[in-house]
Write a protein that binds this ligand. Structure first.
Ligand code: BGC
Length: 418
């Protein structure tokens, strides 16, 4: 049923776009993205307004589905039909893949004029600049190893923000005893993988995380620490409500906002939902790094890939790229989105406490060797490997494998996917 609904949504999105693309012609951009939740749409409006202020028309091509899997399916169909959108939200290795297929326009002229080389963090440039050519415009830096909590619920139950796994387990037990759902979770493979980013980092440590998810070392993928990470996932599974299956991530965030649940483990796009609901960090909700990963940042950066429209980069694509990289836009957009700027020279003055922490954590992690691309959001490895990991993590979460079987399956699935 879910597959049918997804497929239908994609078919409708494709049908709806054909007319708009042709009608759009010159003078505008068609933007394919998956920013459809309340907080995401509020952030997207900052970008739309910016462009409209410059007289550039916007044809919206939203494809719902957190993490972007459905959006990428629509994109492949559009490119195959010879009808690529002007600009497309993309993540990590997917961008490199499209660039290597020769599908993306070269933005070097605008990048050079605006000095992107000097201000975009090196960790992002590896996904934005392929074989010496800038092919996408980085919008932000998100990170996945965060926990979001309802402050009133924690206070009422005498719980402080947990700093260790043991503290966290004690907090889950206290909430459960009080009849509150300890963890708000949406049962979708990408959400389970997002939780796994933080959980695996907490057990494997930075070297182990890199060895497993970036270097794909079978010893680490199949080792005792990985088994322990799966054991922790089983504890998390035991603390979600019974209706978790298939739930969208923003509906899980709403459970924390409403006080139905204590915690959610999710990337900092969740903050956009709290803000959109009028909540204030430190007063209504808390943000903190997943216990045991306080020094690490597992990042993903949204970028807009500019698809080659048959020639050099268009004036509208260059204007969009330039608008995205402008320091004032980077501040205004990321304040709303929950992410942090994709430039190193933007002030944190307009950011709230979680945003300021996010910016400080990113800078500290980058300089101490603790910054890693998120496995769950396509910044550690190519899509085939990522999807192989998703399958095992989600099968274990849903009780198909015990932890010992999960590590064995992980080694095999990754080997086959390479
Ligand atoms: C994107 C975010 C988005 C989230 C949920 C992530 O992959 O990087 O921008 O808000 O998915 O849709």
């Amino acid at each position: 049923m879910r597959f049918y609904l997804k497929t239908t949504a994609i078919a409708l999105a494709l049908a709806a776009t054909v007319g708009s693309v042709k009608a759009d012609g010159h003078g505008g951009v068609e933007v394919l993205h998956w920013w459809t939740s309340g907080g995401e749409a509020a952030a997207l409006n900052v970008l739309k307004d910016d462009l409209e202020g410059q007289g550039i028309g916007w044809t919206d091509m939203p494809v719902a589905g957190g993490g972007g899997e459905q959006a990428m399916t629509v994109l492949r169909a559009r490119v195959t039909a010879g009808n690529a959108p002007t600009a497309v939200q993309g993540l990590g290795f997917d961008i490199i893949d499209w660039a290597n297929q020769g599908a993306l326009a070269n933005l070097n002229e605008v990048a050079a004029a605006e000095g992107w080389d000097e201000v975009v963090p090196t960790a992002l440039q590896q996904f934005a600049k392929v074989n010496g050519a800038w092919v996408s415009a980085p919008v932000n830096v998100h990170s996945t190893n965060w926990v979001w909590a309802n402050k009133a619920v924690l206070d009422a139950n005498g719980i402080a923000a947990p700093e260790t796994w043991e503290d966290f387990v004690a907090a889950l037990e206290a909430l459960s005893a009080a009849g509150i759902t300890p963890i708000a979770h949406g049962g979708q493979a990408w959400q389970e993988a997002t939780v796994f980013d933080g959980v695996a980092m907490s057990v494997l440590g930075p070297d182990g995380y890199k060895a497993a998810f970036v270097d794909l070392d079978p010893e680490v993928l199949g080792g005792d620490a990985m088994k322990e990470a799966f054991d922790r996932m089983a504890v998390i599974r035991a603390n979600v409500d019974e209706n978790f299956s298939g739930r969208d991530w923003n509906l899980a965030t709403a459970m924390v906002i409403n006080g139905e649940a204590g915690f959610q483990m999710m990337g900092d796009w969740a903050k956009g939902e709290f803000l959109n609901a009028g909540q204030v960090p430190g007063e209504d909700f808390l943000c903190f790094r997943f216990p045991g990963t306080q020094d690490q940042v597992t990042f993903n950066a949204d970028q807009f890939m500019m698809f080659d429209q048959g020639g050099s980069v268009s004036a509208e694509q260059a204007a969009l790229a330039s608008a995205i990289l402008s320091p004032s836009f980077q501040s205004a957009f990321n304040v709303v989105k929950g992410s942090v700027p994709a430039r190193t020279d933007v002030s944190d003055a307009d950011f709230d406490a979680c945003g300021k922490q996010g910016m400080a954590d990113l800078a500290a992690a980058a300089s101490s060797g603790n910054l890693f691309g998120s496995m769950a959001h396509g910044h550690a490895n190519e899509a085939a490997v990522k999807n192989a990991m998703y399958d095992v993590i989600t099968a274990h979460f849903n009780g198909e494998f015990d932890s010992e079987t999960a590590v064995e399956e992980l080694v095999t699935a990754v080997e086959i996917a390479q």
